[in-house]
Design a protein around this ligand. Structure first.
Ligand SMILES: [Zn+2]
Length: 126
């Protein structure tokens, strides 16, 4: 898709809406490979020059996602990619697979997810 100011705004709006539903803080959003290359190296380490290959990338430690608009062919895949990356931000330890895909589908269907909570460490144990 071709990234213009309108599409940029529409994407940021969607990220805002889904972030609220998923109870996550709104990530920083990179929309071009140029923005990935311009980001601090420690932020994009490991997925810097390879980012162009993917529809999207999440940089969890830096609360940042990359949506590769130029590579994305249509609206449906755009929405899917946004939700996919935001599910990574909310379900940080979940790897790709059936459970992950199910969460993406639920997210696309309008599901809300409660905030992520670290499991309370048991008292007296490290
Ligand atoms: Zn993924």
């Amino acid at each position: 898709m071709k990234l213009g100011p309108e599409l940029r705004l529409a994407i940021l709006e969607k990220v805002g809406i889904y972030s609220a539903r998923f109870s996550i803080s709104e990530p920083r959003v990179l929309l071009t490979t140029r923005e990935v290359l311009d980001a601090p190296r420690d932020m994009t380490a490991g997925r810097r020059t390879s980012a162009y290959k993917y529809y999207g990338v999440s940089y969890l430690q830096h609360n940042t996602i990359f949506i590769n608009v130029r590579k994305i062919p249509n609206e449906r895949i755009l929405e899917n990619t946004i939700v996919h990356e935001l599910i990574h931000m909310r379900f940080r330890y979940m790897s790709h697979g059936r459970r992950f895909n199910r969460l993406v589908r639920r997210g696309l269907a309008g599901a809300r997810f409660a905030p992520y909570r670290r499991r309370a460490s048991r008292r007296g144990k490290q």
